[in-house]
Write a protein that binds this ligand. Structure first.
Ligand SMILES: [Zn+2]
Length: 246
């Protein structure tokens, strides 16, 4: 059976002192390390539905910060690695910085431009470079907290728009990694093939609820190695299964 590892990054920056931004050097080092451990990179949907290698890696970037194209894409290109980017479609191409709980403290200050979202040309350029472009909903709400009509609109509206603009939208990253059974059912009904969560501990993986490993700038090399260890990830999931049964 193949091991599928999915990393979740956000922004890439030399300057932005946010827990959401890793430096290009750190991203490069982490990809080099995983390459050395035998991982090869493909896009998220392919990795979780039809992993081509015994050690398959998907490198995902939430929120579609402009730095995804400017700083992450060149690093991934050096590794011949296609990335996957998740765009909140209401923000694509807007001139004002993205804002929601968790990033709003940065919208008014020297780092505001770090919060600008890519435009459709930028997303199309990533796609041209082999990336997958997926949805991060329309407006970035916590999906378990919205009503059924809003949920359907956030999921369908963003998928349709990306499909119209870029040809296809197969996967979604749940904002804040947050989902529940109702959200997963609605995601299937909206036509998605794959979806990524983001949790502290790995959980049982299913295509519409796939545990991604969040990577943050203060993760020391040993911690990164533990978080990404196939053995540890499967042990944690097995322990959870046992606990659910008892
Ligand atoms: Zn997000």
């Amino acid at each position: 059976m193949s091991d599928v590892l999915v990393l979740c990054y956000h922004a890439v920056s030399e300057r932005w002192p946010s827990e959401l931004a890793v430096s290009p050097e750190l991203l490069d080092r982490q990809l080099t390390e995983l390459g050395g451990r035998g991982y090869r990179v493909t896009t998220f949907t392919r990795a979780v539905t039809d992993p081509p290698w015994a050690r398959t890696l998907a490198v995902t970037f939430d929120d579609a910060y402009r730095s995804t194209l400017e700083l992450a894409a060149p690093v991934l290109a050096r590794h011949r690695a296609p990335g996957t980017v998740y765009a909140p479609t209401d923000w694509v191409g807007r001139p004002d910085p993205m804002s929601w709980p968790g990033i709003e403290e940065w919208t008014d200050g020297p780092h505001r431009d770090e919060l600008l979202c890519l435009d459709w040309d930028g997303l199309a350029e990533l796609k041209r470079q082999g990336w997958e472009v997926g949805s991060h909903t329309r407006s970035h709400p916590r999906l378990p907290q919205v009503d059924d009509a809003t949920l359907a609109d956030e999921l369908r509206g963003s998928r349709e728009l990306i499909g119209e603009r870029l040809g296809a939208c197969e996967s979604i990253a749940y904002p804040y990694g947050d989902s529940d059974e109702r959200v997963v059912r609605a995601t299937a009904a909206a036509g998605y093939t794959a979806a990524g969560t983001l949790t502290g501990l790995p959980h049982v993986a299913q295509p519409l609820s796939w545990p991604r490993v969040g990577v943050y700038p203060d993760n020391r090399p040993l911690f990164f190695r533990l978080k990404t260890s196939a053995t540890l990830r499967s042990l944690v999931v097995r322990a959870q299964r046992l606990r659910a049964r008892s």
